[in-house]
Design a protein around this ligand. Sequence first.
Ligand SMILES: Nc1ncnc2c1ncn2[C@@H]1O[C@H](COP(=O)(O)OP(=O)(O)OP(=O)(O)O)[C@@H](O)[C@H]1O
Length: 344
Amino acid sequence: MSKQSSIISTNELDIGFPGKGRKSATVVASDINVALHGGEVVCLLGPNGSGKSTLIRTLANLHNPLDGDVLLNGKNLNQLAVKEIAQKVSTVLTDRITIGNISVYELVAFGRSPYTGWFGSLNKKDEEIVEWAIASAGIEQFVDRDVLHLSDGERQKVMIARALAQDTSAVLLDEPTAHLDLPNRVEIIRLLRKLTHDTQKGILLSTHELDLALKAADSLWLINREGEVITGTPEDLVLDGTFESVFEKDSFDFDRSTGSFTLHNPNKEAVYLTGDAVPVFWTRRALEREGYKVVENNGTALQVEARTKQEAFEWEIISKENKNCFTSIKELLKALKKNQKLPQ
Ligand SMILES: Nc1ncnc2c1ncn2[C@@H]1O[C@H](COP(=O)(O)OP(=O)(O)OP(=O)(O)O)[C@@H](O)[C@H]1O
């Protein structure tokens, strides 16, 4: 993947809401210096209320900066005409569609308005782009439906198609996968990645799906609770502890070795878990959910072995005297609960 120079960048940008009367401004995040390049997918992450939507709106010229600059291809947004910005930046926001009586096709075709004007008719090239956007978002089967008669997930895909029809070098999406089921989420992320690769678009999307972001993003922009925006490749931000610190909560642990979050409520004894990779993975999940602390070495911990056995699985609580074998995790958990002190 080749990277182009930045499409959107910021210079000491402060975002937030101006105060009214004697009320001072609400600064959501400050001193933001970020750049979105062509050919990259950036995921914008942060806890609830950290400023993801405000940042996307500010970059899209839908909200004024409190201070600092947003640059589009090196030019300050406030020096550009709205139409010029619309030909370079498209946005998919979380707002509901309030207009009715228009078909999905017509809504997607509105994406061409920066080129045709609101009531302009589509030429052949416009029509081809609209068809391509519809096919790319996989919404061919409901192009004739009224936009008010769509499920949340269908509407989300239609709004993505509208942004694609706008054919801009930057696409900014606020929680684009929020209403989608897992196959559709994966499909949309795959589409966005393919677009960046094929067309060198720069794509910025905010999401709460940390695992998806870690896998799909070329870069992360993390907004922490102090209103700082920290950028880097997902792997660097995990390895240096930044990722973990942004989402730090007493009730969760982030496991750097697996890239997953686990419930953190150890209230039971430690278990030393050994065995085959697949049953160990799922047994670990069950044990942690139940409040056991799964440890890496034996010490004095209770040992459980999870093994594959003739296309099925078997669990054993290792003890010198008895053989305590189980054929399901449910049985294992029951035995652990009932008898914390098995014969040694
Ligand atoms: N009009 C407003 N005036 C003052 N503060 C506001 C206004 N609108 C939003 N805020 C505050 O700005 C902060 C950032 O909000 P924003 O919606 O950008 O966060 P977010 O990261 O997108 O949140 P979420 O993950 O919950 O969607 C929040 O604390 C919010 O309460």
